[in-house]
Design a protein around this ligand. Structure first.
Ligand code: 5GP
Ligand code: MG
Ligand code: MG
Length: 184
């Protein structure tokens, strides 16, 4: 069907993870993080753009004495492709020093592992006390770099998903739930 500006859809979306399941999972992850880092301050770093909604929901459930927030922007996909290019580019760095900090990276999804492997290596050089990774979604069957996130919301099969921050060619980040893209 032609949409605004003559955009032609060659895919459809199917329901996958409901808003309610996501919200329960975020609360569960926050509880684990709160227990694991009891009494410690955290610097929570969202990996943009995909993590922005997950990050916002997660940090509001953390009960640390001090929760600092920062963002880092990387890009690994090219245009409308659903395949990782394998080369990760740093688009915008964190605006804070990490020395002696307890850093928790927040990701939307870990797929091949290229992005999170690149980021954790890059941040560890800055002498933090700890670098951990919390991801909403994990696709272990697609892994190329050996990497296991410390906190995983949902482990999913090899499907291309959108919503709750995740996009397909810039679209669908605003959906409150997670859906699977079905290509025609
Ligand atoms: P990796 O470097 O692990 O291959 O991929 C990390 C990035 O690829 C994610 O942060 C995300 O932006 C993108 N990505 C991987 N799988 C999916 C997916 O199923 N849907 C969407 N929208 N993005 C994905
Ligand atoms: Mg991401
Ligand atoms: Mg994307």
């Amino acid at each position: 069907m032609d949409g605004c500006g003559g955009f032609v859809n060659r895919h459809t979306l199917a329901d996958y993870i409901s808003e309610e399941s996501i919200s329960e999972k975020v609360a569960e992850l926050a509880e684990k993080i709160n227990n694991d880092f009891a009494g410690r301050d955290l610097l929570v770093v969202g990996v943009l753009k995909g993590s922005f909604i997950f990050m916002a929901d997660l940090v509001r459930k953390l009960d640390k004495p001090v929760v600092e927030t920062a963002f880092i922007t990387v890009s690994s996909y090219k245009g409308a492709s659903t395949k990782s290019s394998g080369s990760v580019q740093l688009v915008c760095d964190i605006d804070k020093p990490l020395k002696d900090k307890c850093v928790l990276l927040v990701e939307d999804i870990v797929d091949t592992g290229y992005t999170i492997n690149y980021l954790t290596k890059m941040l560890k050089v800055r002498d933090p006390d700890y670098v951990g990774v919390c991801t909403l979604l994990d696709k272990p069957s697609r892994r190329i770099m050996d990497f296991t996130p410390d906190y995983i919301g949902f482990s999913i099969p090899d499907k291309f998903v959108v919503g709750y921050g995740l996009d397909y060619d810039g679209r669908y980040r605003n959906l409150a739930d997670v859906r699977v893209v079905e290509f025609q």
